[in-house]
Design a protein. Structure first.
Length: 141
């Protein structure tokens, strides 16, 4: 029960990570795939649409292509380097934009500020896998 519940070591890690990023809180997972699944699944429901960078992390793409369609969630893959592509792929039922900074396979960068502003204007959640570039380096403000 100790490591599954309130683990003081994990609590210290969460506080330090949140402080480094200037956030009020932080979640810690045992793998990147677990973090992605939890974050995406917490923000979509049946009938929703996701816009994702093309060729995302393998397990993210598996979730988009295999798991989520079983629940009526669709995904459109785009070249995420241009804001026009995000706008063009957005549908009335789009609820989540999935980005990677940089992209897992070609290391392409997305215009984070512009995508976040577009998402905010449409009430869309912006989700970013930032595995390669620490929040200490990847600042948008």
């Amino acid at each position: 029960m100790y490591s599954r519940g309130l683990n003081p070591t994990v609590e210290i890690l969460k506080k330090k990570l949140a402080a480094l990023d200037g956030a009020e809180d932080c979640l810690v997972f045992n793998s990147g795939a677990a973090a992605i699944f939890a974050g995406v699944l917490a923000n979509v429901k049946a009938g929703d649409h996701i816009v994702s960078v093309k060729a995302p992390y393998t397990w993210a793409q598996r979730m988009f292509d295999v798991v989520l369609p079983r629940f009526g969630v669709t995904t459109t893959y785009i070249n995420g380097t241009k804001i026009e592509n995000w706008e063009a792929a957005t549908k009335p039922n789009t609820t989540l934009y999935y980005l990677e900074s940089p992209n897992s396979w070609d290391f392409a960068l997305q215009p984070l500020k512009e995508v976040a502003a577009l998402a905010r204007s449409k009430g869309i959640i912006t989700f970013i896998d930032n595995s390669y570039c620490s929040p200490l380096v990847s600042k948008t403000n």
